[in-house]
Design a protein around this ligand. Structure first.
Ligand SMILES: Cc1cc2nc3c(=O)[nH]c(=O)nc-3n(C[C@H](O)[C@H](O)[C@H](O)COP(=O)(O)OP(=O)(O)OC[C@H]3O[C@@H](n4cnc5c(N)ncnc54)[C@H](O)[C@@H]3O)c2cc1C
Length: 310
């Protein structure tokens, strides 16, 4: 069984006022869609934004910090994640408030709930979030988007805490959004965001959300253990078409498989390791490169280390 040295006593000694929950050697596989991967050396769920800030300010700067959301775009490697992994809980970071045409949300809010709250307030523009199974925090980091809409289209500003424990805020321009990317500093843990809706008709927005759901059910293996689109679409090509043309549809490695339904999705057929999934992804990249010369880049974030601690 993989086990990291227990850091909790040291962390508590440096930050005696901590109110959040600290767990040592906590398995992360249940916290990701792929259901694979090793443990977090320490898993921290802060009580609120202030608790997160004081935790980070007191934490030894040499300890690495990783943040995860709902784990829908992640491969946690089999050796687990050294240092502290932070996951924001719904109690402190799960509120959604409507103020005129502005929607303010905590970053633990699932994108689907954000879409629903906007629709209930007859605010249009956020229906695309209905089909994305991540959290608002993940959407900010990934510039999540679907069905012609992206986070960048509706974000007003975001706030978060940096590695030193300082509160930072980012205007839309400062988020530096590109395709499935934000260039906000990597160390920032987003805690909240505000979005711009526009007045619309509730029934029409809800009908659009239903269309989004139906389109996904028909085209994507959304009930599988997967991480969504594995690779970004390269300039001038569609990842799934390149993968298909390279003969990778259905390709298997250990317990991992390229989805037969949508070949830019990898799935855990049961019993896959993170190494099976990542290795299969690398095999797909190699075959696509050999077949068409296109270089695929991972959209899925791969975190942690490959080998188990000695
Ligand atoms: C079935 C399926 C369908 C999908 N369809 C789409 C789609 O249509 N469009 C799309 O864009 N994506 C899609 N995805 C991918 C995924 O849902 C998005 O990338 C989503 O935004 C990830 O959010 P998350 O909370 O799950 O983040 P995670 O997967 O947990 O993390 C992703 C990244 O976000 C960072 N992160 C998470 N929370 C925070 C935070 N609070 N502060 C700072 N960084 C943070 C993590 O460090 C990591 O780098 C799909 C995934 C699945 C499984």
């Amino acid at each position: 069984m993989t086990a990291f040295p227990d850091l909790i006593e040291k962390i508590r000694a440096a930050a005696p006022g901590l109110r959040g929950r600290l767990l040592a050697n906590q398995s992360l596989s249940d916290l990701t869609w792929f259901r694979v991967g090793g443990p977090a050396q320490v898993l921290f769920s802060p009580a609120d934004e202030e608790d997160l800030a004081s935790f980070l300010a007191a934490l030894d700067p040499s300890v690495p910090v990783t943040v995860i959301g709902l784990g829908s775009n992640l491969i946690v490697r089999d050796g687990g994640i050294p240092g502290v992994t932070i996951r924001l809980g719904g109690k402190a970071f799960g509120s959604v408030e409507i103020d005129g045409e502005t929607i303010r949300s905590g970053t633990a809010v699932p994108d689907m709930r954000l879409a629903k709250a906007a629709a209930e307030a007859s605010l249009d523009g956020l229906a695309f979030f209905r089909g994305i199974p991540g959290s608002v925090g993940g959407a900010l980091r990934m510039n999540a988007g679907a069905h012609g809409g992206e986070t960048t289209d509706v974000l007003i500003e975001a706030r978060g805490i940096d590695r030193k424990g300082e509160l930072r805020s980012f205007t839309h321009a400062e988020m530096g959004f590109r395709y499935r990317h934000s260039s906000a500093p990597d160390d920032v843990i987003f805690t909240g965001a505000s979005f711009q809706g526009r007045p619309g008709d509730r029934e029409e927005i809800e009908a659009e959300m239903e269309r989004v759901t139906a389109a996904r059910e028909a085209a994507q293996p959304i009930r599988e253990r997967t991480g969504g689109s594995t690779f970004k679409n390269p300039e001038g090509g569609k990842a799934w078409q390149l993968i298909d043309a390279a003969g990778c549809r259905g390709l298997v490695r250990g317990g991992a498989q390229v989805s037969e339904m949508h070949c830019n999705f990898l799935i855990n057929r049961g019993g896959a390791t993170a190494a099976d999934i990542e290795g299969l992804g690398e095999e797909v990249r190699r075959r696509v490169r050999d077949h068409s010369g296109f270089e695929l880049h991972w959209e899925i974030k791969r975190i942690g280390r490959e080998t188990t601690p000695a």
